[in-house]
Design a protein around this ligand. Structure first.
Ligand SMILES: NC(=O)c1ccc[n+]([C@@H]2O[C@H](COP(=O)([O-])OP(=O)(O)OC[C@H]3O[C@@H](n4cnc5c(N)ncnc54)[C@H](OP(=O)(O)O)[C@@H]3O)[C@@H](O)[C@H]2O)c1
Length: 206
């Protein structure tokens, strides 16, 4: 499958690496396709190319590997109507829309799926913890789109878990905020790896 990934940061690189390893082709959509680090990224990820965001958005699946506050500028005028994967996290104030709702509003023709937001990028290329696959929570309104993303999460080696329809997406964002809070305040496990392990299995532990 051809997958567009907007952004060449931690998440974009990790997912691009994992998807191409699984046999997919990746179009990195970037603000500066000719930048040196983007050239190096494409050279190191076999099966990937880089170009403008609108070119990446010709793919049937598009991942928003970008800061939450840049989503408006990116989706404005894109008219994307494929499977839009949203791993973005932010800290809304009380009563504000969830990030999933923001993305859904900005891309009304897209089938938005919340996924890849609850674990660190370093886990995304290697979700295996001593032979046990990390859980990847997936939520979204469109069942077929969600199945596509569940398949992609499985391709990366995750244990995908359908967390529910679009109304479950804010809970995935809450979970990410808890994970980030523990990482930032240092009140969780000492290392990012151990914290990743805790969140990878928080669902298995039910
Ligand atoms: N890092 C994690 O472990 C992690 C885990 C789960 C979810 N997330 C979420 O995933 C999203 C991406 O995180 P990340 O860690 O990959 O971020 P990052 O390393 O900062 O990379 C973000 C990329 O977005 C692109 N971009 C497009 N518009 C931008 C703008 N206006 N300002 C800055 N960058 C812009 C840039 O690529 P170009 O320069 O090539 O355009 C940049 O490399 C965030 O919403 C984050 O909350 C992150």
């Amino acid at each position: 499958m051809e997958i567009g990934i907007v952004g060449t940061g931690s998440v974009g690189r990790a997912l691009g690496t994992g998807f191409t390893r699984a046999g997919h082709t990746v179009r990195f959509g970037t603000r500066l396709p000719d930048r040196e680090d983007v050239r190096e990224l494409v050279a190191s990820v076999a099966g990937s190319e880089a170009g403008p965001v609108a070119w990446a958005a010709e793919a049937p699946v598009l991942v928003l590997g970008v800061p939450a506050d840049s989503v408006t500028a990116i989706l404005d005028g894109l008219d994307y109507d494929g499977v839009l994967v949203d791993p973005t996290n932010r800290y809304p104030t009380a009563g504000e829309e969830s990030q999933y709702d923001v993305v859904s509003r900005l891309a009304p023709d897209a089938r938005v799926v919340k996924a890849f937001n609850t674990l660190g990028a370093e886990v995304m290329t290697d979700p295996d913890f001593d032979g046990v696959a990390a859980t990847m929570l997936v939520a979204g309104e469109d069942v077929a789109a969600k199945e596509t993303v569940i398949g992609l999460a499985a391709d990366l080696g995750f244990h995908p878990l359908d967390a529910g329809d679009g109304s479950a997406a804010p809970s995935l964002e809450d979970l990410a905020r808890l994970w980030i809070r523990l990482a930032v305040t240092g009140s969780g496990p000492a290392s990012d790896h151990e914290l990743g392990r805790e969140f990878a299995f928080v669902v298995h532990a039910r």
